[in-house]
Design a protein around this ligand. Structure first.
Ligand SMILES: Nc1ncnc2c1ncn2[C@@H]1O[C@H](COP(=O)(O)OP(=O)(O)OP(=O)(O)O)[C@@H](O)[C@H]1O
Ligand SMILES: [Mg+2]
Length: 328
């Protein structure tokens, strides 16, 4: 199983969008893919049409119980599409990083995810981890568990300077965790017709050299719509340009296996001591640089509960859905 952490401490850089649709495209290629939602915001579940209220058990329960948990066989996994399995989270995941959280005293607190993935590895060919927009225990768990870190970099104004810092931080954390992780930079939210976006793209190439994947995710309204409808791009717009971008990314990853790029280091789950306590304390800073995402249209699902009382709401929702489909 090849494990990719989609990570960037910058909020709204396209992590969840990348994680969800990359996983969906891999699954559509008949590759058994596990998507792990390691962000307490729980956006992966929403993006795949699973309302938070339906999720009883989350990855936090499995991490708390440890690798022996029965949850892995019963109650944790959802299968929103063929070959696509989601390990969702609930808001309880946020408590993990709080002072005195459930794993605060556990010596292996940054290896819990890695141990779980070791156990389920025979079932999957890929595991994609969606990380939260800050560095803390959850990101340590992801970087401990992964073979490569996929860093989506937004090609907007001011993005480049921030990007250098973001990539340097992730590299530093990976180094300190003694993990030889392949770092891959992925330009996202690229605006085809925008000179500034193109300019930043060139600058990203110049700055990050061959860590930049020769693929990019352009800005596509259909990706926002798909999130609103709670569907992966493979389902919502299977013939779209947006899907093509993710197919290109998947193709590149498949043809560039990580082993070839790994040089040294400790593989997931093999080290037994915890040399990272000082680093974790230092880096577990309060959340910075986060921003709220656009209000998700997934509210549609919440609203539909009230449809019986309000026929007007139903009409408006149908109209909205029609307008969005037409706009594709
Ligand atoms: N390529 C794209 N085209 C159009 N919209 C996009 C694209 N990528 C992301 N978005 C939109 O931008 C917003 C932020 O994206 P996303 O949630 O994937 O970022 P994130 O890095 O996961 O955010 P957070 O840090 O809050 O977890 C969302 O509304 C999403 O629908
Ligand atoms: Mg996200």
């Amino acid at each position: 199983m090849r494990v990719i952490a989609v990570v960037n401490q910058k909020g709204g850089s396209g992590k969840t969008t990348t994680a969800v649709h990359l996983a969906a495209v891999l699954a559509a290629r008949k590759q058994r893919t596990l998507l792990v939602d390691l962000d307490p915001q729980g956006h992966c579940g929403l993006a795949l049409g699973i309302a938070p209220a339906r999720i009883e058990k989350g990855i936090e329960d499995a991490m708390q119980q440890g690798s022996g948990t029965a949850l892995l066989d019963d109650g944790l996994f959802w299968e929103p599409a063929a070959n696509l399995v989601l390990a969702p989270c609930t808001i309880r995941l946020a408590a993990f990083e709080a002072p005195g959280g459930p794993l605060a005293e556990a010596h292996d607190r940054d290896r819990r995810l890695s141990a779980i993935l070791d156990r389920v590895a025979p079932r999957f060919e890929w595991c994609i981890i969606d990380c939260p927009p800050h560095i803390g225990l959850l990101v340590f768990n992801a970087l401990r568990a992964c073979d490569e870190a996929l860093i989506p970099i937004e090609t907007g104004y001011f993005a480049l300077r921030a990007a250098e810092r973001q990539v340097a931080t992730i590299r530093a954390v990976a180094d300190r965790l003694q993990r030889a992780i392949a770092i891959r930079v992925l330009p996202t939210l690229v605006r085809k017709d925008s000179p500034s976006s193109q300019h930043i793209l060139t600058a990203i190439d110049r700055t990050f050299g061959n860590t930049v994947i020769p693929a990019m995710i352009r800005e596509h309204d259909v990706l926002r719509e798909a999130a609103g409808f709670g569907q992966a791009i493979t389902e919502y717009a299977p013939t779209s340009e947006a899907r093509r971008d993710f197919e290109w990314l998947a193709e590149w990853l498949i043809t560039n296996p990580v082993e070839a790029q790994r040089s040294e280091g400790v593989s997931a789950g093999t080290d037994r001591t915890n040399p990272d306590a000082p680093l974790m304390a230092k880096l577990a800073a309060p959340r910075t640089n986060t921003r709220t995402v656009d209000p998700p249209l997934i509210e549609v699902e919440t609203l539909s509960v009230n449809q019986a009382q309000s026929p007007t709401a139903e009409n408006r929702l149908a109209e909205l859905a029609e307008r969005l489909r037409a706009a594709r």
